[in-house]
Design a protein around this ligand. Structure first.
Ligand SMILES: [Zn+2]
Length: 92
């Protein structure tokens, strides 16, 4: 956890307020992971606290998210590195 804190966007702040239960189940995570991966690939500064927290603590879902990220990035000709770093991976 050596990352410098970044200022919250208004949207992120609103999501934080709306997320009264930030801890997802694996089922919830599975439902959201497609959109999360897409959002991260198109905007690496995207944040979804509940997903981030779940993926940080759940190796199975984190692995799923990584695989999906590589797949989607390849399909779109995008560089998955910034998004993967968001998942907690170090530089490739
Ligand atoms: Zn999980």
């Amino acid at each position: 956890m050596s990352q410098a804190p970044r200022p919250l966007s208004l949207q992120a702040a609103q999501r934080l307020i709306l997320d009264t239960e930030p801890f997802l189940s694996c089922d919830d995570c599975f439902d959201l992971v497609d959109r999360y991966v897409e959002a991260l690939l198109s905007d690496p500064s995207h944040d979804h606290p509940a997903m981030r927290i779940h993926l940080a603590g759940c190796a199975a879902c984190a692995e799923e998210a990584r695989s999906l990220m590589w797949l989607v990035a390849e399909e779109r000709g995008l560089d998955p590195a910034p998004a993967l770093r968001h998942l907690g991976d170090g530089p490739a």
